[in-house]
Design a protein around this ligand. Structure first.
Ligand SMILES: C[S@@+](CC[C@H](N)C(=O)[O-])C[C@H]1O[C@@H](n2cnc3c(N)ncnc32)[C@H](O)[C@@H]1O
Ligand SMILES: [Zn+2]
Length: 362
């Protein structure tokens, strides 16, 4: 059986247009609803359940993660880039290693499997440029993994072309993660890296994600961290100017943040701050000019590993998407507290918070 059809079967995807839980069947280039006969486009095994019309978030990320910028190839060629990104820090590495290990032995610890070997089920909500799929799906994990990635951008087929193993154990859906997937499937792991804050109503998205975690399963997410007052104010000011711009124009404007960051980085003198300055949220210490300016006043990313083009991509990612909520750590922990879910790991870096939590076993 063709892999896409097999995955469709095990996910039991329903038609998002029908209330009656009608199933979707893959039929060549279309997924067809057995109830209302609606047709949903299928390309490279990606099913578009979102609809052709994009919104500005989708348009932004269609360019950011598409073939023209080719971010996945950049990360492959520049492994050092990952260490610089929040995605390469926090608890992600350990979590992916745990998932890979389980997948190698097809060892879900789901009690409902009754000791049978079953694939480890992963829902990668807002799967972006395919970075998580690339890390999880390998020759020795693909037989023990069922991977579902969802995102609203239109470059998903281009990503599958670069990740041929994905089609053997996974599926990408064009889908708004603000809503539960049109499937009753529950997952061993739901991951949502650096994306919840880009959805219009993160609380609703959080509930949608949690609804797909099986009893005893885990959810991992990272969100933007709230910064000091000056940096927050300037973020808001420049977002208000850049967010409404057409996507390519916003990319061009973002080059100026890169140029400023590069210029500041060329200053090698250190700035010594002799006491804590809470009004600026600055701690006593020694800083490079760029770090002091960047962390407390204005995001203007430049890193030689990223070069000018990909540094601009980072600035564009910061200033252009329409939604970019920021949080205190306590707020994020409270989401889990409210649900009575057990936080297994929580950590923060300058840019983001990360939480790994477990849904109580039944
Ligand atoms: C900063 S990227 C993170 C991508 C990926 N999770 C990672 O860490 O590599 C944010 C992603 O969220 C996606 N996104 C934003 N709003 C979304 C929504 N409502 N539904 C699905 N995806 C969304 C964007 O298209 C983008 O790919
Ligand atoms: Zn239907």
């Amino acid at each position: 059986m063709e892999a896409t059809t097999r995955l469709f079967d095990s996910l039991a995807l329903c038609c998002p247009q029908c209330d009656s839980h009608e199933r979707l069947l893959v039929d060549g280039a279309w997924a067809r609803c057995t109830g209302c006969a609606a047709l949903w486009p299928v390309e490279e095994g990606c099913v578009d359940l979102y609809g052709a019309a994009g919104d500005s978030t989708a348009d932004h990320y269609t360019l950011q993660w598409g073939e023209e910028k080719n971010f996945l190839d950049f990360v492959r060629k520049q492994p050092d880039a990952k260490k610089i990104m929040p995605a390469g820090q926090l608890g992600w590495h350990d979590l992916f290693e745990e998932i890979r290990q389980r997948a190698r032995g097809s060892l879900t610890d789901n009690p409902s499997s009754n000791g049978q070997r079953e694939p480890v089920r992963v829902y990668d909500a807002a799967c972006g440029f395919g970075g998580i799929a690339e890390e999880l799906i390998q020759d020795d994990t693909k037989h023990g993994l069922l991977y579902v990635g969802a995102d609203i951008h239109q470059s998903l087929p281009a990503i599958v072309r670069r990740l041929p193993l994905l089609r053997e154990c996974g599926l990408l859906l064009r889908w708004d993660i603000s809503w539960p997937l049109p499937s009753d499937t529950v997952f061993d792991y739901v991951v949502c890296r650096a994306a919840l804050h880009h959805t219009p109503n993160p609380a609703r998205t959080f509930e949608a994600l949690c609804s797909h975690v099986r009893a005893g399963g885990q959810i991992a997410l990272s969100v933007y961290r709230k910064k000091g007052p000056a940096r927050e104010a300037l973020d808001d000011l420049y977002r208000a100017r850049i967010t409404p711009l057409p996507t390519r124009q916003a990319f061009e404007v973002s080059r100026q943040f890169t140029a400023l960051g590069k210029a500041l980085q060329s200053i090698h003198a250190k700035v010594s701050i002799d006491e804590d300055l809470p009004v600026f949220d600055i701690k006593k210490g020694e800083y490079s000019v760029q770090t002091l300016f960047y962390n407390h006043f204005l995001k203007c990313f430049y890193n030689p590993v990223f070069g000018e083009e990909y540094s601009t991509l980072v600035n564009f990612d910061w200033y252009h998407p329409p939604f970019a909520y920021r949080y205190d750590r306590a707020e994020v922990l409270d989401w889990f507290e409210q649900k009575g879910w057990n936080v297994l790991r929580a950590e923060s870096i300058e840019a983001q918070h990360y939480v790994l939590a477990q849904r109580p076993p039944e």
